[in-house]
Ligand binder design. Structure first.
Ligand code: ADP
Ligand code: MG
Length: 212
């Protein structure tokens, strides 16, 4: 499998579309436990990235990921801008000079994003954040890659674990972010950041399935 810069941009377009389609749902989730701007933040971030599409498609994978991080950092407000920005910049560093992403490259990308969110956000799995639909996906990806199961099976398992992590945030108590200021710690409600992260994993799985 060879995921090029153009492929990655196509994947980002799918993510942008998925987020765009779920405006009311995401806004309502963040209005319930946060301040209601999560959809605006994410939609603006992916929108800005795609505005620079023509420029981005000439970049190497490393430069592309760095640029995505910088756009997120400078244009997206809220916690998500800093967290996604730092995550993509870390991914750019960890991947280094590669011509394309293969199965191992996708693992490095996901690990770098997850690690950066954990360190910048000072969170771990179970804190009711965007990490909760990412961390299980990364763990499953690594485990299945080591087990050498078929890539199709690996991707199915990744999708399932991410979805389960996203759904579990409903029962979790928020330790960080705006939901942690509430008396109920957001218990009974899904975390909006975990939902939009799940969309990204889900679209990645779909995209990679089409490239096997
Ligand atoms: P803000 O909370 O600043 O309004 P957003 O609404 O864009 O920013 O993003 C909210 C989401 O960010 C939350 O649903 C949660 O998933 C995530 N989040 C908030 N704080 C943290 C943190 N410290 N670490 C990881 N994720 C966080
Ligand atoms: Mg918010």
């Amino acid at each position: 499998m060879k995921i090029t810069t153009e492929d990655y941009i196509e994947y980002l377009e799918n993510v942008s579309k998925r987020i765009n389609e779920n405006k009311d749902y995401i806004t309502k989730l963040d209005a319930t436990t946060g301040d209601g701007d999560h959809w605006v933040n994410m939609n603006m971030g992916f929108g800005k990235i795609l505005d620079s599409k023509d420029e981005l498609k000439n970049l190497s994978i490393k430069e592309l990921l760095k640029k995505i991080g910088m756009i997120m950092m400078s244009t997206v407000g809220g916690s998500s801008g800093v967290l996604y920005g730092g995550a993509y910049i870390n991914a750019s560093k960890k991947l280094g000079d590669v011509d394309f992403l293969n199965e191992e490259g996708i693992l490095i990308l996901l690990e770098a994003i997850s690690e950066a969110i954990m360190s910048r956000g000072k969170v771990e799995f179970g804190n009711k954040t965007m990490l909760d639909s990412l961390y299980p996906a990364v763990e499953t990806y690594r485990q299945k890659l080591n087990e050498k199961v078929s890539y199709k099976k690996l991707l199915e398992a990744v999708e399932n674990s991410s979805k389960a992590g996203m759904q579990e945030t409903k029962n979790m108590e928020a330790i960080k972010g705006r939901a942690s200021y509430r008396n109920d710690k957001g218990v009974g409600h899904l975390d909006p950041g975990a939902v939009t992260m799940y969309y990204q994993i889900s679209e990645l799985v779909k995209f990679l399935e089409s490239k096997i």
